[in-house]
Each structure stands twice: as structure tokens, then as C-alpha cells.
Design a protein around this ligand. Structure first.
Ligand code: ATP
Length: 284
């Protein structure tokens, strides 16, 4: 028997950092949602008690550093599963891009192995297991749209934003999330986005108000360090995106668009100087 799971990419419609905590993590407030750009996981039981990961993507670790491996190991140990598993990762989400590709793979592995091994683990428990693997994993387990607090693991589900196109562009640089948070001066943030305004805009399904409320305090760090990310964001807006923002710690920038007629123009305009561009739908 094989089990398949989709692992969609996430974007942050809002990302605020409130302060740095005693434990070294940052206290965040985020609004996260998913887009229709997804990795696909295939999971199959193995005769021997081992975890094997394979992928067509040559640029991710396939050993115990892979987040899907970590998820499988965690669930096996916690639930004393003696069977092994073979996991194939069909990677579509760009790596180290601010789109939580690895976290979504981990979440998909938790969901898939729960089914494969018929463990009957409730979703809240899967989220708790996910929090041990990374701050974004609980949201990736839950999916949909949510406010995330704490270090990202405390979730409050909210309505999905109205349907629209999402154009994603990833410049050819790798940005380390730890490095961006390390460089952020939480006490010197110039402008905090408004969680209340964003959640009200989503609740009332006002697309243009959502675009006006997009905000990510990590842009202060990444845009200053990598001017090409700022340039990408400005180009996205100049080409007609209704709103644009860097996702997570970057470097991917996304643009939101309602009119389908604008999508090709923005996509082609960006492709002129950025190789990795995707035009996808919001997952609603
Ligand atoms: P986030 O938005 O949660 O910070 P990200 O999109 O910036 O995540 P990922 O694509 O999750 O970053 O990759 C971060 C690191 O994790 C990379 O250096 C990569 O080598 C490693 N990694 C481990 N497992 C995976 C996986 N299954 N897919 C992608 N990257 C993985």
C-alpha cells in the first residue's frame, strides 16, 4: 500500500515580531495561508526497520537532516512503530525560499505516516509533534489560513482570503532564516503591521484592503542586505500586482492579483530577470 500527500507552500500575509524572548526565540504574530505550489510525497512501507528518503531534487539533504526523515523518525519513536518506510519527495517548492518547503514536507510526512501506519493520531497531537520539528510545521499540518503566535506554533484558524492569483519570484540567493532573525533588532522595528486590520480585511473578504495591510518586519533586514529583493518587489508592483510582499525571511517575493488578464504580463515581465517565477492560485 502506498500513501500520497501534497505539501503546499505557505506565504505570510503578515509577519510581525513583538520582542525577543528569554529563550532566544522571537515572539511573533503572523497571518499565514497556503498557495497551490506543492511538493508531493509518496510513502511506502519497507520490509526492514529503516527510513529511506529519495528525491529528484539534487540540492536537499536525503539523510537524517531531511525534515521528512526527522518527521518519520519522531513518529516512529513516539508511537513505537517497528516498520520502516520509503519516502519519495517530488520537490516543486524552491528551497530556503521563505515558503516553508521543508516544514510542509515534514507536516505531510506526519499526516501520511499517521494514515500509512493507522495510528489514529488526532490533528492537535500531530501539530504538537510538528512543533518539535520546527516553528512553521504546526501550521503546515493544519493548512488553511491561520494567525500564528508564540514562535509560530500557537494557531488560531481564520477564514481563507478571497480567491486570487499569487505570483512568486525567488531571486537566485539563499537566505538563512536564523541569520535574518539574528540580525533583526526587535526594539528598532520601524513600522509594525496591524494584525487587527489584516484579520478584519480577511473576515470581510476585502481583497484590496488585504493588499493594503500586507506587512513583514523581516523585510527591514532582508531588503537592506539584498537590494535585488527590493527591486523584485518594486517591479512586481510596477507591473501591476495589487499588493506585494516578501514571504517569511525571504528571499521569495509574492504578488497578489485578482485580474487574470494581468497575470501573464507580470509573469513575463519578471521572467526577464528572474529565472524562478511561478503563477499559482491561493489555496482556498
Ligand atoms: P521557512 O520559510 O520555514 O524558513 P524555507 O522555505 O526558508 O523555510 P526550506 O525550503 O524549508 O526553507 O529549507 C531550509 C533548509 O532545510 C535548507 O537548507 C534545506 O537544505 C533543509 N531541508 C531539510 N529537509 C528539507 C526538505 N524536505 N525540503 C527542503 N529543504 C529541506
Amino acid at each position: 500500500m502506498k500513501v500520497y500527500e501534497k505539501a503546499p507552500a505557505k506565504i505570510n500575509l503578515m509577519l510581525d515580531v513583538l520582542h525577543k524572548r528569554e529563550d532566544g526565540f522571537h515572539e511573533v504574530e503572523m497571518v499565514m495561508t497556503m498557495v497551490d505550489l506543492a511538493d508531493r510525497l509518496e510513502m511506502e512501507p519497507l520490509g526492514r526497520d529503516t527510513i529511506i528518503i529519495s528525491s529528484q531534487a539534487g540540492y536537499i539533504p536525503l539523510d537524517e537532516k531531511n525534515l521528512a526523515f526527522k518527521a518519520a523518525k519522531l513518529i516512529k519513536e513516539r508511537y513505537e512503530v517497528k516498520q520502516g518506510v520509503y519516502i519519495h519527495l517530488d520537490k516543486k517548492i524552491p528551497v530556503a525560499a521563505g515558503l516553508a518547503g521543508g516544514s510542509s514536507d515534514a507536516a505531510a510526512a506526519l499526516r501520511g505516516l499517521n494514515r500509512l501506519w493507522k495510528l489514529g493520531i488526532p490533528e492537535e497531537e500531530l501539530q504538537r509533534l510538528g512543533a518539535e520539528l520546527g516553528s512553521d510545521v504546526p501550521f503546515c499540518v493544519a493548512g488553511g489560513t491561520a494567525i500564528a503566535r508564540g514562535r509560530g506554533e500557537r494557531l488560531e484558524r481564520i477564514a481563507n482570503p478571497p480567491q486570487c492569483w499569487v505570483i512568486l519570484a525567488k531571486p537566485p540567493i539563499n537566505v538563512s532564516t536564523a541569520d535574518v532573525y539574528g540580525r533583526l533588532r526587535a526594539d528598532k522595528i520601524r513600522k509594525h503591521p496591524s494584525l487587527r486590520q489584516m484579520t478584519e480585511a480577511i473576515a470581510s473578504q476585502q481583497f484590496h484592503r488585504i493588499c493594503a495591510q500586507l506587512g513583514n518586519v523581516l523585510e527591514d533586514v532582508t531588503l537592506a542586505a539584498y537590494p535585488q529583493v527590493l527591486q523584485l518587489k518594486e517591479t512586481m508592483l510596477r507591473l501591476g500586482a495589487d499588493g506585494a510582499l516578501m514571504s517569511g525571511s525571504g528571499p521569495t517575493v509574492f504578488g497578489l492579483v485578482t485580474k487574470e488578464s494581468k497575470v501573464a504580463r507580470i509573469y513575463n515581465g519578471l521572467r526577464g530577470f528572474c529565472k524562478e517565477v511561478y503563477a499559482v492560485r491561493m489555496l482556498t
